[in-house]
Design a protein around this ligand. Structure first.
Ligand code: ADP
Length: 353
Protein backbone atom coordinates (compact mmCIF):
# COMPACT_ATOMS: atom_id res chain seq x y z
CA UNK A 1 0.00 0.00 0.00
CA UNK A 2 1.14 3.52 -0.70
CA UNK A 3 0.28 6.66 1.18
CA UNK A 4 -1.27 9.99 0.31
CA UNK A 5 -0.34 13.27 1.94
CA UNK A 6 -3.17 14.04 4.35
CA UNK A 7 -2.81 17.85 4.70
CA UNK A 8 -6.12 19.65 3.78
CA UNK A 9 -4.29 22.01 1.34
CA UNK A 10 -3.22 19.01 -0.68
CA UNK A 11 -6.69 17.49 -0.79
CA UNK A 12 -7.75 19.33 -3.92
CA UNK A 13 -4.64 18.26 -5.79
CA UNK A 14 -5.01 14.69 -4.59
CA UNK A 15 -8.44 14.57 -6.15
CA UNK A 16 -6.64 15.08 -9.44
CA UNK A 17 -4.88 11.74 -9.02
CA UNK A 18 -7.22 9.04 -10.38
CA UNK A 19 -7.77 6.10 -8.03
CA UNK A 20 -6.96 3.71 -10.85
CA UNK A 21 -3.50 5.30 -11.18
CA UNK A 22 -2.87 4.91 -7.44
CA UNK A 23 -3.83 1.23 -7.50
CA UNK A 24 -1.73 0.61 -10.62
CA UNK A 25 1.32 2.24 -9.05
CA UNK A 26 0.84 0.22 -5.88
CA UNK A 27 0.76 -3.01 -7.85
CA UNK A 28 4.04 -2.36 -9.74
CA UNK A 29 7.25 -3.92 -8.43
CA UNK A 30 8.87 -0.50 -8.65
CA UNK A 31 8.59 2.47 -6.34
CA UNK A 32 6.89 5.67 -7.45
CA UNK A 33 6.16 9.22 -6.34
CA UNK A 34 3.74 11.90 -7.53
CA UNK A 35 4.96 15.40 -6.82
CA UNK A 36 3.31 18.83 -7.26
CA UNK A 37 4.84 22.09 -8.48
CA UNK A 38 6.06 23.11 -5.02
CA UNK A 39 7.94 19.84 -4.53
CA UNK A 40 5.31 18.35 -2.21
CA UNK A 41 4.87 14.61 -2.45
CA UNK A 42 1.16 13.84 -2.93
CA UNK A 43 1.56 10.11 -3.35
CA UNK A 44 4.38 7.62 -2.73
CA UNK A 45 4.61 3.83 -2.61
CA UNK A 46 5.37 2.45 0.81
CA UNK A 47 9.01 1.39 0.42
CA UNK A 48 9.98 4.87 -0.73
CA UNK A 49 10.85 5.73 2.89
CA UNK A 50 13.83 3.37 2.61
CA UNK A 51 15.30 5.15 -0.38
CA UNK A 52 16.12 8.44 1.35
CA UNK A 53 14.38 10.50 -1.34
CA UNK A 54 11.72 12.23 0.75
CA UNK A 55 12.00 14.33 3.88
CA UNK A 56 8.98 15.86 5.65
CA UNK A 57 6.70 15.23 2.69
CA UNK A 58 9.04 16.83 0.14
CA UNK A 59 11.62 15.45 -2.26
CA UNK A 60 14.99 15.82 -0.55
CA UNK A 61 17.31 14.62 -3.34
CA UNK A 62 18.66 17.62 -5.27
CA UNK A 63 19.39 15.38 -8.27
CA UNK A 64 15.79 14.14 -8.40
CA UNK A 65 14.40 17.65 -7.98
CA UNK A 66 16.53 18.82 -10.91
CA UNK A 67 15.15 16.02 -13.09
CA UNK A 68 11.56 16.88 -12.11
CA UNK A 69 12.19 20.54 -13.00
CA UNK A 70 13.41 19.56 -16.48
CA UNK A 71 10.22 17.51 -17.01
CA UNK A 72 8.09 20.47 -16.06
CA UNK A 73 10.06 22.94 -18.18
CA UNK A 74 10.20 20.80 -21.31
CA UNK A 75 7.04 18.74 -20.92
CA UNK A 76 9.16 15.77 -22.00
CA UNK A 77 9.56 12.47 -20.15
CA UNK A 78 13.08 12.27 -18.68
CA UNK A 79 15.21 9.26 -17.82
CA UNK A 80 18.37 9.29 -15.76
CA UNK A 81 20.21 7.81 -12.83
CA UNK A 82 20.77 9.38 -9.44
CA UNK A 83 22.80 8.41 -6.38
CA UNK A 84 21.27 8.53 -2.93
CA UNK A 85 22.89 7.99 0.44
CA UNK A 86 21.83 4.77 2.18
CA UNK A 87 21.59 6.58 5.51
CA UNK A 88 22.46 9.82 7.28
CA UNK A 89 26.01 8.55 7.95
CA UNK A 90 28.60 6.39 6.19
CA UNK A 91 29.60 6.24 2.55
CA UNK A 92 26.99 3.66 1.47
CA UNK A 93 25.27 4.81 -1.73
CA UNK A 94 22.48 3.44 -3.85
CA UNK A 95 22.15 4.07 -7.58
CA UNK A 96 18.60 4.48 -8.83
CA UNK A 97 17.27 4.65 -12.39
CA UNK A 98 14.59 7.31 -12.68
CA UNK A 99 11.82 7.88 -15.21
CA UNK A 100 9.85 11.11 -14.68
CA UNK A 101 6.81 12.24 -16.69
CA UNK A 102 4.28 15.06 -16.57
CA UNK A 103 0.83 13.60 -15.81
CA UNK A 104 -1.41 16.66 -15.56
CA UNK A 105 -1.66 20.18 -16.96
CA UNK A 106 -1.22 21.51 -13.40
CA UNK A 107 2.34 20.28 -13.32
CA UNK A 108 1.98 17.01 -11.38
CA UNK A 109 4.98 14.79 -12.14
CA UNK A 110 5.08 11.03 -11.79
CA UNK A 111 8.47 9.56 -10.86
CA UNK A 112 9.11 5.83 -11.31
CA UNK A 113 12.17 4.44 -9.57
CA UNK A 114 14.13 1.37 -10.56
CA UNK A 115 17.05 -0.26 -8.73
CA UNK A 116 18.80 -1.51 -11.92
CA UNK A 117 21.96 0.53 -11.22
CA UNK A 118 22.17 -1.15 -7.83
CA UNK A 119 22.08 -4.57 -9.49
CA UNK A 120 24.94 -3.58 -11.81
CA UNK A 121 27.01 -2.32 -8.88
CA UNK A 122 26.48 -5.64 -7.06
CA UNK A 123 27.56 -7.57 -10.19
CA UNK A 124 30.81 -5.59 -10.37
CA UNK A 125 31.56 -6.25 -6.68
CA UNK A 126 30.86 -9.95 -7.20
CA UNK A 127 33.26 -10.22 -10.16
CA UNK A 128 36.03 -8.49 -8.21
CA UNK A 129 35.35 -10.73 -5.21
CA UNK A 130 35.65 -13.95 -7.22
CA UNK A 131 39.11 -12.94 -8.49
CA UNK A 132 40.12 -12.19 -4.92
CA UNK A 133 38.91 -15.45 -3.36
CA UNK A 134 40.34 -17.76 -6.01
CA UNK A 135 43.78 -16.44 -5.04
CA UNK A 136 43.11 -16.95 -1.30
CA UNK A 137 41.80 -20.48 -1.79
CA UNK A 138 44.78 -21.59 -3.87
CA UNK A 139 47.27 -21.52 -0.96
CA UNK A 140 45.44 -23.83 1.50
CA UNK A 141 44.37 -26.18 -1.30
CA UNK A 142 47.97 -26.49 -2.51
CA UNK A 143 49.16 -27.16 1.06
CA UNK A 144 46.53 -29.89 1.47
CA UNK A 145 47.53 -31.51 -1.77
CA UNK A 146 51.27 -31.48 -0.85
CA UNK A 147 50.60 -32.89 2.60
CA UNK A 148 48.41 -35.71 1.34
CA UNK A 149 51.11 -36.67 -1.20
CA UNK A 150 53.65 -36.68 1.65
CA UNK A 151 51.30 -38.83 3.74
CA UNK A 152 51.27 -41.50 1.05
CA UNK A 153 55.05 -41.56 0.98
CA UNK A 154 55.44 -42.08 4.73
CA UNK A 155 52.53 -44.48 5.20
CA UNK A 156 54.78 -47.02 6.94
CA UNK A 157 56.00 -44.60 9.64
CA UNK A 158 53.08 -44.36 12.11
CA UNK A 159 54.41 -41.40 14.15
CA UNK A 160 54.96 -39.22 11.13
CA UNK A 161 51.58 -40.29 9.73
CA UNK A 162 49.86 -38.90 12.87
CA UNK A 163 51.76 -35.59 12.60
CA UNK A 164 50.83 -35.17 8.93
CA UNK A 165 47.22 -36.22 9.53
CA UNK A 166 46.97 -33.51 12.22
CA UNK A 167 48.40 -30.93 9.82
CA UNK A 168 45.84 -31.94 7.20
CA UNK A 169 43.04 -31.72 9.77
CA UNK A 170 44.08 -28.18 10.73
CA UNK A 171 44.31 -27.10 7.10
CA UNK A 172 40.87 -28.59 6.39
CA UNK A 173 39.35 -26.67 9.31
CA UNK A 174 40.95 -23.48 8.03
CA UNK A 175 39.67 -24.09 4.53
CA UNK A 176 36.23 -24.77 5.94
CA UNK A 177 36.27 -21.45 7.89
CA UNK A 178 37.41 -19.61 4.80
CA UNK A 179 34.64 -21.08 2.65
CA UNK A 180 32.05 -20.26 5.33
CA UNK A 181 33.19 -16.62 5.50
CA UNK A 182 33.29 -16.38 1.70
CA UNK A 183 29.69 -17.62 1.56
CA UNK A 184 28.71 -15.08 4.26
CA UNK A 185 30.33 -12.22 2.39
CA UNK A 186 28.87 -13.20 -0.98
CA UNK A 187 25.39 -13.47 0.57
CA UNK A 188 25.85 -9.94 1.89
CA UNK A 189 26.87 -8.66 -1.50
CA UNK A 190 23.81 -10.25 -3.09
CA UNK A 191 21.10 -9.04 -0.76
CA UNK A 192 19.91 -5.66 0.32
CA UNK A 193 18.89 -5.67 3.98
CA UNK A 194 16.90 -2.47 3.55
CA UNK A 195 14.59 -4.30 1.16
CA UNK A 196 13.50 -6.59 4.00
CA UNK A 197 12.54 -3.67 6.21
CA UNK A 198 12.33 -5.69 9.43
CA UNK A 199 12.70 -3.84 12.70
CA UNK A 200 15.58 -5.39 14.58
CA UNK A 201 16.11 -4.93 18.32
CA UNK A 202 19.75 -4.02 18.96
CA UNK A 203 19.99 -5.43 22.50
CA UNK A 204 18.75 -8.76 21.15
CA UNK A 205 21.39 -8.73 18.41
CA UNK A 206 24.18 -8.04 20.90
CA UNK A 207 23.05 -10.74 23.34
CA UNK A 208 22.97 -13.35 20.59
CA UNK A 209 26.39 -12.33 19.25
CA UNK A 210 27.92 -12.56 22.75
CA UNK A 211 26.27 -15.96 23.32
CA UNK A 212 27.84 -17.29 20.13
CA UNK A 213 31.31 -16.34 21.44
CA UNK A 214 30.77 -17.69 24.98
CA UNK A 215 32.65 -21.00 24.58
CA UNK A 216 35.62 -19.28 22.99
CA UNK A 217 35.72 -16.59 25.72
CA UNK A 218 35.61 -19.26 28.42
CA UNK A 219 38.59 -21.14 26.98
CA UNK A 220 40.57 -17.89 26.92
CA UNK A 221 39.29 -16.83 30.38
CA UNK A 222 38.14 -13.57 28.88
CA UNK A 223 35.08 -11.98 30.43
CA UNK A 224 32.71 -10.44 27.88
CA UNK A 225 30.64 -7.87 29.77
CA UNK A 226 27.44 -6.19 28.71
CA UNK A 227 27.95 -2.49 29.48
CA UNK A 228 25.46 0.36 29.35
CA UNK A 229 22.67 -0.36 26.86
CA UNK A 230 20.25 1.95 25.04
CA UNK A 231 17.07 0.18 23.97
CA UNK A 232 16.49 0.82 20.28
CA UNK A 233 15.72 -0.80 16.93
CA UNK A 234 17.07 -0.44 13.39
CA UNK A 235 15.63 -1.43 10.02
CA UNK A 236 17.44 -4.33 8.44
CA UNK A 237 18.45 -7.96 8.54
CA UNK A 238 18.86 -9.49 12.00
CA UNK A 239 21.14 -12.33 10.87
CA UNK A 240 23.57 -9.92 9.21
CA UNK A 241 23.65 -7.61 12.21
CA UNK A 242 24.36 -10.52 14.58
CA UNK A 243 27.16 -11.63 12.23
CA UNK A 244 28.73 -8.14 12.32
CA UNK A 245 28.67 -7.82 16.13
CA UNK A 246 29.84 -11.44 16.45
CA UNK A 247 32.86 -10.71 14.25
CA UNK A 248 33.87 -7.74 16.41
CA UNK A 249 33.49 -9.68 19.67
CA UNK A 250 35.38 -12.65 18.19
CA UNK A 251 38.25 -10.36 17.14
CA UNK A 252 38.28 -8.64 20.54
CA UNK A 253 38.83 -12.09 22.11
CA UNK A 254 41.30 -13.31 19.48
CA UNK A 255 43.56 -10.28 19.65
CA UNK A 256 43.68 -10.04 23.48
CA UNK A 257 45.68 -11.82 26.16
CA UNK A 258 44.05 -14.48 28.36
CA UNK A 259 42.22 -13.14 31.40
CA UNK A 260 41.49 -9.67 29.98
CA UNK A 261 38.08 -7.99 29.61
CA UNK A 262 35.92 -7.24 26.60
CA UNK A 263 32.90 -4.96 26.93
CA UNK A 264 29.98 -4.35 24.60
CA UNK A 265 27.76 -1.32 25.10
CA UNK A 266 25.45 0.96 23.13
CA UNK A 267 24.59 4.63 23.14
CA UNK A 268 22.11 6.63 21.06
CA UNK A 269 22.71 10.15 19.85
CA UNK A 270 20.95 12.08 17.07
CA UNK A 271 19.03 8.97 15.96
CA UNK A 272 22.23 6.98 15.52
CA UNK A 273 22.98 3.94 17.66
CA UNK A 274 26.61 3.22 18.37
CA UNK A 275 27.47 -0.38 19.28
CA UNK A 276 30.86 -0.26 20.99
CA UNK A 277 33.08 -3.33 21.34
CA UNK A 278 36.07 -2.55 23.55
CA UNK A 279 39.04 -4.78 24.32
CA UNK A 280 42.29 -4.62 26.30
CA UNK A 281 44.19 -6.40 23.55
CA UNK A 282 47.28 -5.97 21.40
CA UNK A 283 45.97 -2.86 19.60
CA UNK A 284 46.62 -1.78 16.01
CA UNK A 285 49.20 0.73 14.74
CA UNK A 286 47.70 3.82 13.18
CA UNK A 287 48.86 3.19 9.61
CA UNK A 288 46.96 -0.11 9.58
CA UNK A 289 43.66 1.28 10.87
CA UNK A 290 42.19 1.87 7.39
CA UNK A 291 43.61 -1.27 5.80
CA UNK A 292 42.13 -3.76 8.30
CA UNK A 293 38.71 -3.34 6.66
CA UNK A 294 40.03 -4.54 3.28
CA UNK A 295 39.25 -8.10 2.27
CA UNK A 296 41.99 -10.54 3.33
CA UNK A 297 44.17 -7.87 4.97
CA UNK A 298 45.77 -8.96 8.26
CA UNK A 299 48.25 -6.96 10.34
CA UNK A 300 50.03 -10.16 11.39
CA UNK A 301 49.08 -13.03 9.05
CA UNK A 302 50.71 -15.65 11.33
CA UNK A 303 48.68 -14.54 14.39
CA UNK A 304 45.50 -14.33 12.33
CA UNK A 305 46.04 -17.88 11.02
CA UNK A 306 46.82 -19.20 14.51
CA UNK A 307 43.45 -17.95 15.79
CA UNK A 308 41.60 -19.32 12.78
CA UNK A 309 41.24 -15.88 11.17
CA UNK A 310 40.33 -15.60 7.50
CA UNK A 311 40.99 -11.90 6.95
CA UNK A 312 37.34 -11.43 6.00
CA UNK A 313 35.74 -10.63 9.37
CA UNK A 314 36.08 -6.86 9.29
CA UNK A 315 35.19 -6.52 5.61
CA UNK A 316 31.96 -8.35 6.49
CA UNK A 317 31.36 -5.84 9.31
CA UNK A 318 32.03 -2.93 6.93
CA UNK A 319 29.63 -4.38 4.37
CA UNK A 320 26.83 -4.97 6.86
CA UNK A 321 27.15 -1.39 8.17
CA UNK A 322 27.21 0.12 4.67
CA UNK A 323 24.20 -1.93 3.57
CA UNK A 324 22.28 -0.70 6.61
CA UNK A 325 23.06 2.95 5.89
CA UNK A 326 25.69 3.08 8.63
CA UNK A 327 29.44 2.86 9.16
CA UNK A 328 32.13 1.23 11.29
CA UNK A 329 34.82 3.17 13.17
CA UNK A 330 37.87 2.13 15.14
CA UNK A 331 40.11 3.67 17.79
CA UNK A 332 43.18 1.79 18.89
CA UNK A 333 46.35 2.14 20.88
CA UNK A 334 49.18 -0.36 20.52
CA UNK A 335 49.46 -2.56 23.61
CA UNK A 336 46.49 -0.87 25.29
CA UNK A 337 43.48 -2.05 23.31
CA UNK A 338 40.96 -1.26 20.59
CA UNK A 339 37.39 -0.01 20.40
CA UNK A 340 35.29 -0.76 17.34
CA UNK A 341 32.00 1.08 16.84
CA UNK A 342 29.17 0.02 14.55
CA UNK A 343 27.02 3.12 13.89
CA UNK A 344 23.53 2.68 12.47
CA UNK A 345 20.48 4.91 11.95
CA UNK A 346 17.71 3.88 14.34
CA UNK A 347 13.99 3.65 13.64
CA UNK A 348 12.93 4.10 17.22
CA UNK A 349 14.29 4.50 20.68
CA UNK A 350 12.26 2.75 23.35
CA UNK A 351 11.42 5.21 26.12
CA UNK A 352 11.11 3.82 29.64
CA UNK A 353 7.60 4.43 31.05
P1 ADP B 1 40.96 -11.98 10.78
O1 ADP B 1 40.15 -13.13 10.32
O2 ADP B 1 42.41 -12.05 10.37
O3 ADP B 1 40.77 -11.67 12.22
P2 ADP B 1 39.55 -9.50 10.22
O4 ADP B 1 39.09 -8.94 8.93
O5 ADP B 1 38.53 -9.79 11.25
O6 ADP B 1 40.41 -10.78 9.88
O7 ADP B 1 40.59 -8.49 10.83
C1 ADP B 1 41.66 -8.02 10.03
C2 ADP B 1 42.90 -7.76 10.87
O8 ADP B 1 42.66 -6.65 11.76
C3 ADP B 1 43.28 -8.91 11.78
O9 ADP B 1 44.06 -9.88 11.10
C4 ADP B 1 44.04 -8.21 12.89
O10 ADP B 1 45.38 -8.00 12.46
C5 ADP B 1 43.36 -6.85 12.98
N1 ADP B 1 42.36 -6.79 14.09
C6 ADP B 1 41.02 -6.96 13.97
N2 ADP B 1 40.40 -6.79 15.16
C7 ADP B 1 41.38 -6.52 16.06
C8 ADP B 1 41.38 -6.23 17.47
N3 ADP B 1 40.26 -6.19 18.20
N4 ADP B 1 42.59 -5.98 18.04
C9 ADP B 1 43.73 -5.99 17.31
N5 ADP B 1 43.79 -6.25 16.00
C10 ADP B 1 42.63 -6.52 15.37
Amino acid sequence: MGWLNKKPDDQVEQNLIPAVLVSTLNSLDRESIIVNTSGKVLFATEKIQLLNLINEGKISSEELLALVRVVRRTGQTQEGSIEVARGPIGSGKRELQITAALISPDGLVLVIIDDEGEKQRIDAIRRDFITNISHELKTPIQALSLNSDALLEIKNEPERVVAFANKIKLQTTRLNDLVREIINLSKLQDSDPLDMADQVDITDVIKEAINQCEAMAEIRKIEVELGEMSDCAVVGNREQLVMAVHNLVENAINYSADGTHVSVSTRVEDNIVEILVKDQGIGIVEENLDRIFERFYRVDPARSRATGGTGLGLSIVKHVCKNHGGEVKVWSSLGVGSTFAIRLPIVKEKVEQ
